[in-house]
Write a protein that binds this ligand. Sequence first.
Ligand code: PDD
Length: 282
Amino acid sequence: STVFLNNEYIPANEAKISPMDRGFLFGEGIYEVIPCYQGQFVGLQPHLKRLFDGLKALEISSPLTTEEWGDLCKKLVSLNEGDNQGIYIQVTRGSAPNRHHAFPKDTVPTIFAFTFEIPAVPMPDKQSVTAYKVSSEQDLRWKRCQIKSTALLGNVLHFQHGVREGNKETILFNQHNELTEASSSNVFIVKDKVIVTPPLDNQILPGVTRHILLNVLREHSDFIIEERVITHQEVLDADEVWLTSSTKEVAPVIKIGEHWVASGQVGDIWLKAQTLFSQYKY
Ligand code: PDD
């Protein structure tokens, strides 16, 4: 496959990065994952906006303009196989001769991007959809979760906790037993037809799928939608629980630990939400 590394499109096996890169030494970088179906990107602009927000938080000036980032994504997709591809982009501060915590002067940011094949999104269907069984755990990550940092150790350890229990995701609660998000997804609940998701703050990633879904539901449905604090008990009492991410879109959760969500059935409102999302996501 062809990857992009520091202004060059090269074969993946020729891509080389210095071990002194601060992405490698400190996890000092940010990333995005952007889906592209048949040449159409989902949320390209909000993904690039979040990339710029992350660079600003790290005090790295963007090596490319929004237009150039967009062109890079398009070109990389065209150079690789697959009708449907996810684009991974990462930017780190770059490398310096010495390992020193302070930002070094005059570093050149490292840009690395590659694509990977993703499955086509199936027609939303309650019977055939992959319903998630998830673990749950206290959120032990840091207090800047709004930054899409490449330093994902906290997320990886939470995800692996789920894997150890035979699950594919772990939902997280803060020290006050309030829902934050999952290790690689945002979380929504539904109770009495009201759709609720935690508010944007430093405890969660401002997910692009979350953002698009909220817009689509507000514009194309009559559901009441709330962005507010959700307690652990409310999650257990919910009629439906969903995960959202660029690669999952809207995914139903049927079991949390030993607890079945609404006796293990995929919900009707999930079906409406994913149907509307598929229809209006571009
Ligand atoms: N994960 N929360 C976390 C912690 C995430 O890592 C992600 C995305 C999301 C959902 O964000 P979005 O809707 O913008 O994809 C929420 C990506 C896909 C990943 O790490 O592979």
